[in-house]
Structure formats: structure tokens, C-alpha cells
Design a binder for this molecule. Structure first.
Ligand SMILES: Cc1ncc(COP(=O)(O)O)c(C=O)c1O
Length: 394
């Protein structure tokens, strides 16, 4: 281990002294370089005024597209498109689907609210038929999911790389995507809990799947910088479209073979919306540059964080706590675990009580229903992890 990364996070660490923050899986501490990035955004806005958009699209956007494409190994930076949140991108993807008759969606019972709420609402309206595959038991999830896709031949498949409510890693994303035989089926991988946490290689599916993620979690740059990788060669025409989708080289669609249709950018920008605040993109660029300058790869981060989880579990074992113990872990195999530990307790009340007691001892976690989550990040060290308070919590 040796190396401490805390020097990159002094601002957030100093503002949270005497607290143990284990919610990086939700809201990562921002590295100090992001503060300078926000000031730089202001300065560039002052300097370039109306010209700033040209400047952003010629410098900032291509650099970020390249960096993200490299991290995900898509070999297609031009297919990356930005938006303030993933919900907007999801809805834009869904707007490509013909709604004249209800269409089928195959997904899981463990998708984040951005998808879950939207899909539930569309189902309520009769616009979609939602087929929900339980993620448990995890060991058979992929085969059950593949079978549900084959059986239903849906218009849309949506699933997470790493499930937000357990941390379980779907390690055969390629197999799921490549099992889909209908070329018209849209496939979306929610990569929010994977991006910058688990080493991810999209090379084999970059021509076939959409991948969504953003910077609020493991990319450590806060809210406002989400993105989609749009499948290479995709010529879909989202109904929900903004004027940024008309940047760069455009297609020249003919509607009914005669009339000229609304043109779209030839690359991932065809999934763009409209004016957004690029401050978050400045922060994201600063983080990715800082990582590069310090030779911090996603592999480095993953190794470090999984070490912290192991140290945490070793320390925990000493307490033989009735609630927080390895028997209550949602995912016991560290190889299949994202960057947080999920403890499944008896019910929501017990869980809330436990989280609040931890909070009273300045141990910050988060919980949903009966699941209590402890996230780990680069600003943790073996010394940072102090579980002495557990003796007072029952
Ligand atoms: C799996 C997953 N997807 C997406 C999001 C974020 O969605 P949005 O960008 O729509 O707010 C989160 C959490 O914030 C998440 O856990």
C-alpha cells in the first residue's frame, strides 16, 4: 500500500475533520484540483464570453471524449456525448422507440430511480410492458436475464454493470449484450457504479450498446457531467432532441424518400440536448488530468479500494457485531463486488436506526430500505478506518 492519496483531497478532508465518510459510492469527495477548475471556468467565461462555446467544443469536449473513450476502451471518442444527468440521456434513448404501440422493456429489480421511476410511470400509462428480472440469486442472474431477453424480444434492454443496491458486479456484460439477436433492440448499460471504479473494457460491445455514466461518484467531479457512449454507427433519430444535436457533420435524411428531415450529427452528438453548464466538465477534466499526472489508473484505484474494504472487514471482525458483520454482506465474494459494502439487515427500521447511530458517532454511511452501504475511496487509509464506536451501537 504505502501511498496515501489524502494529499489530493485536503479541502474536503479538512471540512470534514473527525468524520468518517463512507458514502463515496454516492458522493465522492472532490479532489482539490476541482476547485481550481471552477475558477478556471469563470476566468475562461470572462475571457471568451460568446466565443466560449467554440472554445469548449474545440478543446474541452474532445479532450474529455478521448480520455473517457480511453478509460472504457471504446476506440470511438466521437461517440461520447455529455448531458447534466443520465436521466436525460436515458429518456433521449427511449425517445428513439416507436410509441404507436406499447413496447417491451427487459430490465432488473435493482435499477436506480432514474430508470425505475421513469419506466414505472411509462408502464402506468400503458406505453411500455416492463419485464423485471430479479437480480437474486446473483449467481444465476446473467443466465436468467439472457433467457428473459430471448423470450420477450424487447425493444429495450436496460441493466447495470454494478447494481446500486448491492454492489454486485455483472462481469459478463459482453455475453448479455452479444446474446441479443434482434438488431433493433436497444441495449443500455448503466455504468454509473462501474465507471472509474471497476476496470471496464467496452471494446467488444462499443458497436452495439449504449453506456451511461457520470462524474458524481467515482469520477469525483461532482454533479452535472454525465455522458453516454453511443453505439458506433448508430443512426437513430431521438424524438427528444436539442439543438446541440446539430453540431458537426450532419446526415441528410429523406423522409418518405422525398421531404428533407431534421438533420442529426453523424456521431454521438446526435444524442445531445441543449445549453448546459460546463463547469462540471472542467472539474472532470481536472480530475482525469490529475490522475494521469500521478499515474493513477482505474486498476490502481480498484486495487487500493478493495484493500480498504479488506482492512475494514478485518477490523470489523474483531467486534463480532450483531448487525454489521460479514454474515450480513449482500455480496460475499470480493471479486464480484463494487466499491461499497452492502449489509442486508432484518428490516428498514433496524437499518435506519443503525445508520443514525453510526452518524451520531460521525460515521457517515447511507441506507435504502434494509440495506446499509459503506463506500470506500482513495481518501481512506487504514488509520482513517476506526470502528471503536461499534462497541456502543447495538
Ligand atoms: C446506478 C445509478 N445510475 C444513475 C444514477 C444517477 O442518475 P441521474 O444522473 O439521472 O441523477 C445513480 C445515482 O446517482 C446510480 O446509482
Amino acid at each position: 500500500m504505502g501511498m496515501s492519496y489524502q494529499k489530493f483531497y485536503t479541502g474536503f478532508l479538512n471540512a470534514n475533520k473527525n468524520k468518517q465518510h463512507y458514502a463515496c459510492h454516492s458522493h465522492y469527495f472532490w479532489p482539490d484540483c476541482t476547485r481550481d477548475a471552477m475558477l478556471e471556468y469563470w476566468d475562461d467565461s470572462a475571457k471568451y464570453v460568446d466565443e466560449k462555446w467554440g472554445y469548449f467544443f474545440e478543446t474541452l469536449v474532445p479532450e474529455l471524449q478521448q480520455r473517457i473513450s480511453d478509460i472504457l476502451n471504446t476506440h470511438a471518442p466521437e461517440q461520447i456525448v455529455f448531458a447534466p444527468n443520465t436521466h436525460e440521456l436515458l429518456y433521449r434513448i427511449m425517445s428513439c422507440i416507436d410509441v404507436s404501440t406499447p413496447y417491451k422493456v427487459v430490465s432488473t429489480d435493482s435499477e436506480f430511480h432514474s430508470f425505475h421511476r421513469q419506466a414505472s410511470r411509462l408502464q402506468e400509462q400503458g406505453a411500455i410492458e416492463l419485464i423485471t428480472v430479479p437480480t437474486k440469486p446473483y449467481s444465476t442472474f446473467s443466465s436468467r436475464f439472457i433467457a428473459a431477453i430471448a423470450e420477450n424480444d424487447p425493444e429495450l434492454v436496460f441493466f447495470s454493470h454494478v447494481f446500486f443496491n448491492s454492489g454486485y458486479v455483472v462481469d459478463d456484460v459482453d455475453a448479455i449484450v452479444n446474446s441479443i439477436t434482434n438488431d433493433n433492440t436497444l441495449v443500455v448499460v448503466d455504468g454509473y457504479h462501474g465507471f472509474m471504479a471497476k476496470p471496464t473494457d467496452l471494446a467488444n460491445i462499443a458497436h452495439r450498446a449504449f453506456y451511461l455514466s457520470g462524474s458524481y461518484k467515482y469520477a469525483q467531479a461532482g454533479e452535472g457531467a454525465c455522458f453516454a457512449h453511443v453505439p458506433i454507427g448508430c443512426n437513430l433519430r431521438p424524438m427528444y432532441t436539442g439543438w446541440f444535436a446539430e453540431f458537426g457533420e450532419l446526415d441528410k435524411p429523406r423522409i418518405d424518400g422525398k421531404k428533407e428531415g431534421v438533420p442529426y450529427s453523424l456521431d454521438g452528438m446526435r444524442f445531445a440536448g441543449a445549453t448546459m453548464d460546463f463547469t462540471a466538465l472542467y472539474r472532470l477534466r481536472a480530475v482525469l488530468r490529475m490522475f494521469e499526472q500521478n499515474n493513477i489508473s482505474v486498476e490502481t484505484v480498484n486495487d487500493y479500494v478493495m484493500d480498504m474494504q479488506r482492512i475494514f472487514l478485518d477490523k470489523l471482525a474483531a467486534y463480532d457485531h450483531p448487525l454489521l458483520n460479514a454474515r450480513h454482506l449482500a455480496v460475499t465474494d470480493a471479486q464480484k463486488r463494487g466499491h461499497f459494502l452492502t449489509f442486508e439487515l432484518d428490516n428498514a427500521d433496524v437499518t435506519k436506526k443503525c445508520a443514525l447511530a453510526l452518524k451520531a458517532h460521525h460515521i457517515l454511511t447511507d441506507f435504502r430500505g434494509n440495506r446499509l452501504r459503506f463506500g470506500f475511496g482513495l481518501y481512506h487509509t487504514p488509520d482513517y478506518i476506526d470502528l471503536a464506536a461499534l462497541s456502543d451501537i447495538t
